[in-house]
Design a protein around this ligand. Structure first.
Ligand code: UDP
Length: 324
């Protein structure tokens, strides 16, 4: 199969490219390097079945050619990271909505199979445990930039289903929960790479808010396996799936675990949200996925534990200190 990965030089996209090449597929990546890095795919560039365009997905001429030449599109290009979203709201909304529109329009033009990467942010600040795909969404006011991310991705989902319903486009949506692994940078706010970097440098480990907020972390290799299996299975067309894990922990406990696993002298400090992000910032208290739908559809289960994930991330930053 010839796969086009938008955002393929990013953290998840580069792992997906690797996995597809390994099983014999051809991979073409388009990435504007806004948060992606060439370094993430450097080891793939000499591969005979790999190609890359450093270009925005909003360039219709380039995208038209790439979509016409592929069998399936993994649409991962998006503005990501809570810090980026809060500091660059225009870029977030435009990239997410216009970019997905471009992908769906062209996929429909050439009748291509599409997977749209969405997000658990969609559920907003609902405190339901766990989140199922059909649950209601609870979001804050439009004056708080954070929610623009959830809404922009929700429009992407609506549009994907509209193309499926009206034009029979073969599209599947994956809602990714907190995904972690090597090559993820802490620069845009992601908690595990950030805390591991802080711990390895002996700098204060920053816990935002009370630290009682709960997340479940998924290893990127598990995530990538799910994305490929979803696209491989015709029964997932027109459906949404949570892709996450039950590696559940409070952020406070996470900070302690990282300090312990890195043998770090760092102190753990608590920073109010409005200092970390912006005035009035609202966080999610708890975010855990219901995984029964994806299990029933394709038999997928995450395999890596939180300890596995932290070990891999710590090893990665120790081996690649320049990536910190
Ligand atoms: N967080 C933190 N310290 C940091 C970065 C993030 O305590 O240096 C918190 C953040 O406020 C959130 C959780 O860790 O409650 C996960 O943040 P991340 O940005 O990784 O993902 P989110 O779940 O917010 O999308």
């Amino acid at each position: 199969m010839r796969a086009l990965i938008t955002g393929g030089a990013g953290f998840i996209g580069s792992h997906l490219a690797e996995a597809l090449l390994e099983r014999g597929d051809s991979v073409y990546v388009i990435d504007n390097l806004s948060t992606g890095r060439l370094e993430n795919v450097q080891h793939l560039r000499s591969h005979p079945r790999f190609g890359i365009a450093v270009e925005t997905i909003l360039n219709e001429t380039v995208m038209d050619r790439l979509v016409s030449e592929c069998d399936v599109i993994f649409h991962l290009a998006a503005a990501v990271g809570v810090e980026l979203i809060v500091s660059h709201p225009v870029e977030t909304i435009e990239t997410n909505i216009l970019g997905t529109h471009m992908v769906l329009k062209l996929a429909n033009r050439y009748l291509r199979r599409v997977l749209i990467a969405s997000t658990s942010e969609i559920y907003g600040k609902s405190e339901k445990v766990p989140f199922s795909e059909d649950d209601d969404r609870i979001l804050g006011p439009t004056s708080r930039s954070r929610w623009s991310y959830a809404d922009s991705k929700a429009i992407d989902e609506y549009l994907a289903f509209a193309y499926h319903k009206e034009k029979n486009l073969q599209v599947t949506v994956a809602r990714l929960f907190n995904t972690v692994g090597p090559r993820q940078t802490g620069r845009w706010g992601m908690v595990i790479p950030r805390m591991v970097t802080q711990a390895l440098r002996g700098q204060p480990i920053t816990v935002y808010g009370s630290g009682n907020q709960i997340r479940s972390f998924t290893y990127v290799k598990d995530t990538v396996r799910a994305l490929i299996a979803l696209v491989d299975s015709p029964s997932t067309v027109g459906q949404i799936y949570n892709v996450g894990s039950h590696n559940t922990i409070s952020i406070k406990e996470l900070a302690h675990k990282i300090k312990e696993m890195t043998n770090s002298p760092s102190e753990i400090v608590y920073i109010p949200y409005e200092q970390a992000y912006e005035k009035g910032f609202e966080d999610m208290r708890i975010r855990i996925p219901d995984l029964s739908k994806i299990r029933n559809a394709i038999g997928w289960e995450p395999q890596y534990t939180l300890e596995d994930i932290l070990r891999e991330v710590i090893e990665y930053f120790r081996a690649n200190p320049h990536a910190m």
